[in-house]
Write a new protein. Structure first.
Lengths: 346, 554
């Protein structure tokens, strides 16, 4: 390649890059509104349906998983990547309020159940969907080994179930963090540390991410798995149902659950705040709430909305979750995590 | 060189420099600056406090220990591999070379999971008792990097004049002696080049260390991730980023010292030797055993799992589902769109990084009399290598805070797609530089002087002597850059996307999905990514083979 050609080529590359970026941007349109979401959101379907319902031009962008999204939103304060967000869960939600990333807004069509899970009295964020982290067990394994199934937190530290549990590092995974919150709600912050120490003494294995725990070590998640007890979600048993649909290989221990709430809200400095409000309202519409369970594997916050029939039977929400109030999570989370880290050497 | 030339070289040098400055240095420094300042003032106290924590230094020590160990192991395994695959003549060696590129692009989370499954409870190698040890972590890091050593050293070795070694053998030296005394010293430069790359890769490794290392074996990279994402503690992240940059600069400095201590060696084009069992049996055995343990077993377990249906029997189900996903799957359309998108991004990144890399190596290898210019050249080279050694979290988030309507242009670059191939180019650039550099430096000054004596201008020497001699290395570098871009899941993961998801993004999403069927599809997609890479590499190998026809042996 001659030097001249190199120059020509680089000019061409730069020009095409600029062209490419030019094609993508169209933020001069005022009725355009952008929603930023986490990984498991049906971007395209949502954009089409929401555009139709609101009369706006709805765009959906994705930024990493839940943890990444919180950090991204906090860092881009003032020049937000979108007008509204959805998918920040209660473990990290307080970060957005502390960092002044949000404009409070509560839509009129808020469903009854959503009122129980509001982030605060100002209406900083509104709950769109719900879930729970619970201990899951492989029922087949316990049947094959003629053992009775564990039921409670205490069973997990019982000698009988020694070396059978996989947990998640609460300092590395929000799912693990949520389960830790459950133990704090049940035992109190101090006793929770003792409880975790007992878990470790009972040979619980701690993994960093949910998929490593579930798909590598859980007997119902991997052919080579050796642990029949794992931290997972209340909805997980819906994915281990047999072909006939009569039974699930796993079940969630509903006495070991902690709620997860996914919030939506409007971003400070949004280009189109009015549009963002319409978008938030749409998130509570019957149309959208009805799709939540099928597409995102969490429960719609509207108790009236559709959920798959098998969820009622195999994956119900816990009736008495062990929850810590959102405000308390915000003020104590980091200290609780540090305490646990120190106690059990995570 | 003439003053006029200096001007033109400086101008040319600006192109890669501007690219790296705008899309790397500026974003990274902005994020670090945000972390260590409060209202525009440096926060000396909190910086000092972070530096006093034993955790900080533990993480730094762990990073160095891991990077050194994995680099040493990669070189030890990579040299026999380079010999077998680039020096010996046997059927299928090109295919085998291409196959050995696959580990380099496999998503780190998938590989980490495969190692964990292999050595963990219930795994085939659990009896070794290596579960959750430093050893498994080092093996997993080595898994990715043997390719780097093999390709860079092999590409050089292939063209090494074998006559000296043959003479030594004839004079009675054993093959081992001949290797240690004759061949190894001459391979020093590409080995040092490859080793410095591997060191940077390992020092900034995220996925493997996160999954297999946990908190105990955390490195700077995973600690930056943890403090940024879990604690939103930008101060600690910034201090760790600075420490990381210091390590990278030191690593680059020492590696350039190592490389400089050798002189150029004569080379010929493509001299391979036939397999002789007397001489080559032991090295072949070493190659087979190491590759089997390190690469074949984890890949085998991945592939076999990708062919298991959710019900547990053997089938193509996971692959078929990728192309026509069920409605419940997080994959909206089939995976072919993502494949094309990934391929085209990788192609753009490959072209851009080869172009910028070529300019860089020519700028760096020009001989100037002035000391200051010489020093400037080394600084320049280090700067271009930096993107490989700096945290993907820092770069990704740095791009997010700087690319909102940069330089007064009215475009929010963050929500455009250009940043993804740009991030990939940044990662591929150091690979290109390190692949081209040893070859370019090895072109003897006498050859170039001869050209000049015969009246050729310095530019003409580049065009008629240096570039043609680099052809083969450019092919290797391009393949490398392509593979690295295809598998890149670092900084790009933190950027904003619309619907267009690349293959690594989709794989990550499928793997962590609640539905076991989706998880299995994710494993199949990872195998598919490996297969695509291997076929692209086979194609590139055969292309570079053809381009050699008509070459003059030196």
């Amino acid at each position: 390649m001659s030097i001249k050609n190199i120059f020509k080529f680089s000019a061409l590359t730069i020009a095409s890059l600029m062209l490419l970026s030019g094609c993508q941007s169209s933020d001069s349109v005022t009725d355009e509104v952008t929603l930023i979401v986490h990984d498991s959101f049906p971007n395209e379907e949502f954009a089409v349906a929401a555009s139709e319902a609101t009369g706006l031009q709805v765009k959906v962008v994705t930024s990493g998983g839940g943890e990444e999204l919180t950090t991204t939103l906090a860092l881009t304060k003032g020049a937000p990547l979108a007008d509204a967000f959805y998918g920040i869960d209660n473990f990290f939600a307080s970060r957005l309020v502390e960092n002044d990333v949000i404009v409070p807004f509560v839509p009129d069509n808020l469903p009854e159940r959503a009122k129980e899970f509001l982030f605060d009295d100002q209406g900083s964020m509104v709950p769109v969907s719900l879930g729970a982290t619970c201990i899951n067990i492989d029922k087949t394994w316990f049947a094959e080994n003629s053992m009775s199934e564990p039921k409670t937190y205490f069973d997990l530290i019982d000698e009988k179930y020694k070396g059978l549990t996989v947990l998640l590092d609460p300092t590395a995974s929000t799912t693990g963090g949520s389960f830790y919150l459950g133990t704090i709600a049940e035992f109190g912050p101090e006793q929770a540390l003792d409880y975790w120490e007992n878990l470790i003494e009972n040979d619980a294995r701690i993994e960093q991410g949910w998929s490593d725990a579930y798909y590598t070590h859980f007997t119902a998640g991997s052919p080579d798995g050796t642990y029949p007890i794992v931290v997972s979600y209340s909805s997980s048993p819906a994915y281990t149902i047999n072909d006939e649909g009569t039974e699930s290989q796993t079940s969630a221990l509903l006495d070991t659950c902690s709620s997860t709430v996914e919030y939506a809200g409007i971003l400070n400095g949004a280009n189109n705040t009015e549009g963002a409000k319409l978008l938030i309202e749409y998130l509570f519409s019957e149309e959208f709430q009805n799709t939540i369970a099928d597409t995102m594997y969490v429960y719609p916050v509207d108790a009236e909305a559709n959920i798959p029939a098998e969820w009622d039977e195999f994956a119900p929400l816990p009736s008495n979750p062990h929850d810590v109030p959102a405000s308390e999570i915000g003020s104590k989370r980091d200290a609780w995590l540090a305490d646990l880290s120190e106690r059990i050497g995570l | 060189m003439l003053k006029v030339d200096r001007f033109w070289w400086a101008l040319l040098a600006l192109i890669p420099a501007l690219f790296v400055f705008i899309f790397f240095i500026w974003p990274v420094l902005s994020l670090i600056f945000t972390g260590i300042t409060e209202d525009g003032r440096l926060e000396f106290q909190s910086i000092a406090q972070i530096l006093k924590r034993s955790r900080t230094w533990g993480v730094v020590g762990q990073t160095l220990l891991q990077a050194f160990s994995a680099t040493a192991l990669s070189v030890l395994v990579g040299i026999p591999a380079a010999f077998i695959l680039y020096r010996l003549q046997f059927p299928g060696r090109k295919a085998l070379r291409a196959l050995l590129t696959v580990p380099f692009v496999l998503p780190t989370v998938v590989v980490a999971a495969a190692f964990m499954a292999l050595y963990g409870p219930g795994g085939m190698l659990n009896f070794l008792g290596l579960d959750r040890t430093f050893v498994v972590l080092i093996m997993a890091l080595t898994f990715f990097n043997v390719t780097v050593v093999m390709r860079i050293v092999g590409g050089f070795w292939e063209n090494l004049d074998p006559r000296q070694t043959e003479a030594a053998r004839m004079l009675g030296a054993s093959s081992g002696q001949a290797f240690l005394n004759i061949t190894l010293p001459r391979l020093w430069r590409p080995i040092a080049s490859a080793a410095s790359l591997v060191f940077l890769f390992c020092a900034t490794s995220f996925g493997v260390v996160f999954v297999l290392g946990g908190k105990k074996y955390a490195n700077i990279e995973t600690e930056i991730y943890r403090s940024t994402m879990q604690l939103l503690d930008l101060k600690t992240s910034a201090v760790l980023s600075i420490l990381q940059i210091i390590i990278v600069v030191l690593a680059l400095y020492f590696s350039s010292r190592l490389r400089r201590s050798t002189s150029s060696v004569s080379s010929v084009t493509d001299r391979v030797v036939a397999f002789r069992s007397k001489d080559h049996l032991s090295i072949l055995l070493i190659f087979i055993i190491t590759i089997a343990l390190l690469h074949a077993l984890p890949i085998y377990s991945l592939i076999s799992r990708s062919f298991r249906s959710t019900a547990g029997d053997w089938s193509f189900e996971n692959y078929l589902l990728l192309f026509s996903p069920p409605e419940s799957s997080p994959l909206a359309q089939g995976i072919s769109g993502a494949i094309w998108l990934s391929l085209s991004y990788a192609l753009i990144a490959m072209l851009a990084s080869v172009l910028l890399g070529l300019i860089t190596v020519f700028v760096v290898t020009r001989k100037f009399l002035s000391r200051r210019v010489k020093r400037g050249q080394s600084v320049y080279e280090y700067t271009m290598m930096m993107p490989l050694g700096v945290s993907a979290v820092t770069l990704g988030l740095g791009l997010l805070i700087t690319m909102h309507k940069p330089f007064g242009i009215g475009i929010d670059l963050r929500s455009t797609l250009v940043l993804i191939p740009i991030a990939q180019t940044l990662i591929a650039l150091p690979l290109v530089i390190r692949t081209l550099m040893p070859r370019l430096q090895n072109i003897s000054q006498r050859t170039k002087d001869a050209g000049i004596m015969l009246g050729a201008s310095p530019w003409k020497v580049i065009l008629t002597i240096e570039l043609p001699l680099l052809k083969n290395a450019v092919a290797i570098a391009a393949g490398f850059a392509f593979a690295a871009s295809l598998g890149e899941f670092g900084a790009a993961a933190f950027l904003v996307r619309s619907n267009d998801k690349t293959l690594p993004v989709i794989i990550a999403q499928l793997l962590s999905h609640q539905d076991p069927m989706s998880h299995n599809m994710g494993i199949a997609a990872a195998v598919l990514l490996g297969a695509i890479t291997a076929s692209v590499m086979v194609a590139a190998e055969s292309l570079s083979l053809k381009s050699k026809v008509g070459w003059v042996a030196w």
